[in-house]
Design a protein around this ligand. Sequence first.
Ligand code: FAD
Length: 421
Amino acid sequence: MSHPDVIVVGGGIGGLGVAFSLSRQGQSVRLLERAPAFGEVGAGIQLAPNCTRILDDYGLLAEAKSLGVVPDAMVMRDAVDGDELTRLDLRDLEKRYGYPYMVIHRSDLHGLLLRACERAGVELVTEAQVTSYESTGDGARVTLASGETHEAGVVIAADGLHSVARKLLVDDEPVSSAYVAYRGTVPAEVPRVRSVDLSEVVVYVGPACHFVHYGLRGGELLNQVAVFESPKALAGQENWGTPDELDAAFAKTCDFVRDGLPFMWRDKWWRMFDRNPVMNWVHGRIALLGDSAHPPLQYIAQGAIMAIEDGWVLGEHVARNRAADGTVDWGTALAAYEAVRPEHCRRVLSTSRKWGELWHLDGVPREQRNALLRTRDTYDYSFVDWLYGPTALTPDEEPAMFTPIPLSSAHAEAPLKVAEA
Ligand code: FAD
């Protein structure tokens, strides 16, 4: 088998994104996925302007919009009394950033990227589980569980939260948040959906829990996500996040939230892990990308977006470091990638943790948070400019972060941001 220019390990949203990005820069790409078929588990995903800008550059935004929903508003409510706390006008937000905020079914986004890779000639290989990585003189080699080996000038490891490649760079483990997510979709004909404005993305924030809903597939489905802190996880029990805990966690929330719980899928739940940020993603000609490099808690809805941004940034640096004969100076391209992406993703990971703390407050801090959020001007974007603006290609282009607003001395570090789910 001849060697491709690039091997990508992992066919999730991150792996497909970088495979497409590099193939459009003239690279031959082989993507190795351990599963027997390509696919995505879960329901909806939110795509902010920093992602739709890239989909537009890829020529994929029109198709994404035809498959998803472009909502009018994002609203944050208190989960206990149901009252509105703050909102984003997504039509105005689109004018500010030049690209829409949209929501889409995960399998539709994944399918869109998969088809783009097929059209671009990416070699897509399933049942290929990578068990080890090693650098060669001018490239890298991976070995599969079958014993087969594959070599290329560069290997991009987009192998998710439990990345094998990450062990080359850091000896760490996923960090449990003790929170668990339930997901579910409700068909439009079910009465529940009639009580919902499908043009809004809504998050209800409550003590140690939150609940998100938005429409999918042009309003054919209502997507719901229920997230809570598991007492069993806090007690160190193995079997945590079970459906009995779901019902108990939301017992004190408003009727609308509780009425949504019977529609959650009860046979599968997602325990929520992230990892501490790391600033070193490149080992010789092997580079981490997506959740393998920066798995976040999902509170600011940027995990898949960061993965797509990683792929786009790497593609741009390949374009800048490609000679007339097509040869890429991978050392320089990877160094430029590593100079800019880890710091941005570190900010997202830390902010996601803080944002989760802010959402899940109880007692007086909850009241303080609510009072502050109610005073926020709908059209104040100072807290999202650093996220939703153009993706930086160099550290100098990385925008300054928002200024934290203290809630109380106990939460002096907690940042105040506008509603995201
Ligand atoms: P993965 O999706 O984990 O893909 C890794 C792939 O690699 C898989 O296909 C796997 O089979 C394959 N693989 C693994 N190991 C090997 C191996 N050894 N050999 C070969 N293949 C291998 N993000 C957003 O941007 N917006 C949101 O609204 C959002 N909401 C979320 C809600 C929840 C409840 C959760 C849990 C996450 C959410 N995220 C969101 C985060 C987002 O889903 C992830 O960050 C993103 O999907 C990561 O993509 P990835 O391709 O890096 O990793």
